[in-house]
Write a protein that binds this ligand. Sequence first.
Ligand code: PHE
Ligand code: NA
Length: 447
Amino acid sequence: MTTQHQHWGSRLTFILAATGSAVGLGNIWKFPYMVGESGGAAFVLVYLLCIAAIGMPVLIAEWLLGRRGQKNAIDTMRDLAKENGRSSAWTLLGVSSVLVGAVILSFYSVIGGWSLYYTVQAGAGQFAEQDAAGISDLFEQMLASPATLLLAHTVFMAATVAIVARGLKGGIEASVRLLMPTLAGLILVLLAYAVSTGHFGEAFSYMFSFDLREISGGTVLAAMGQAFFTLSVGAGVMIAYGSYLGHETNLLSTARTVILFDTGFALAAGLIIFPIVFANGLETSEGPGLIFVTLPLAFAEMIGGTVIGLLFFLLLSFAALTSSISLLEPVVEFLSERSSLGRAVSTAVAGAVIWALGIAALLSFNVWSAPLPVIGMNVFDSLDVITSQYMLPLNGLFAALFVGWALKWQGVQDELGLSGGGAALWSILARLVAPVGVAVVFVAGFF
Ligand code: PHE
Ligand code: NA
């Protein structure tokens, strides 16, 4: 007889933790700059379609797998494959998911470090009275210094490890309970400021005036990757978080809540950042530096800008932290269940390996910026593109296929509490729409 796997304190803490995982740098940092690089509304449209048709069924499938397994993602896949008379090769889906989560964390922590660095700069009043050139110098100087980036990455990783080492209740739950409500409050304050810039309408039409002719294969591929990244699916994270769920939680309504929050945060971030870009005559296609060169300008000019700037970057760091802890959890759950190391040591070991990989990523901004052979991108971009655009969708595709086709269908229906039309709709999404959608986007991406 095995002891019962631990569970979330309540449905609310699960929602906070899952939303905390979903809402992060992907929403506030990556989404706006990807919209800007891909020319606006066409990207937003494809992104929203991918979330609804692909991301949602995959998210539900991953929670379902985790809850069924009540253990780490790798053993979950192995055991579920066995119980359902399927090939043990499905274990590889667990392995690949957990590895991809760890790789994402390595470069995610570098950007988490930027957020921390900017929190300190904001607090020290560094944005005040700067013009656009001064603000971009600040960003360039940070990137040019390996020591600065290393320190920031190390502090961010250490914070992540410190929380995860404390366990589900004392670490993850306690931190999201504190951080998530604060995050929601701040985004509303900033949204109010964005409306006051006088360029809100321009930003709105930039994000929502769709022109279907602007959609290219590359845009579609990037938008799908972002849909997976933003929902934290394909990285073992939602399987791990699902493994701490009991049967009282309704997966469908919880998915709807988490997705609404995540999408709301991404759209709000765009609606905060683009008015400032337009108000200051800046470029939307700035790339990864977008929020680090646009927002400080607004903070330099607005009344109380130092305080609001400090709060913004603090909260960006917190949003990153509630995601980074989720990225570490799958490896830690695996190590602590499979070895005799215990939770704290497992966390430290996994954290150290991921931290080391992060160093290669941060050197991409200075001494090691040359593109890698074959891939043609530096280490940072390679890790980002390979995981987000290819590995997350691939893992998600197989998770949907496994739940849709390999598990006994009656069991899946029971897990979801569905019958009749609802069950039919879900089966179409998980069995056909999501897998075919991923395949179509992959093919389109080559053109
Ligand atoms: N969803 C997080 C974000 O948008 C990133 C993430 C990806 C977290 C994959 C966990 C797993 O910032
Ligand atoms: Na997100």
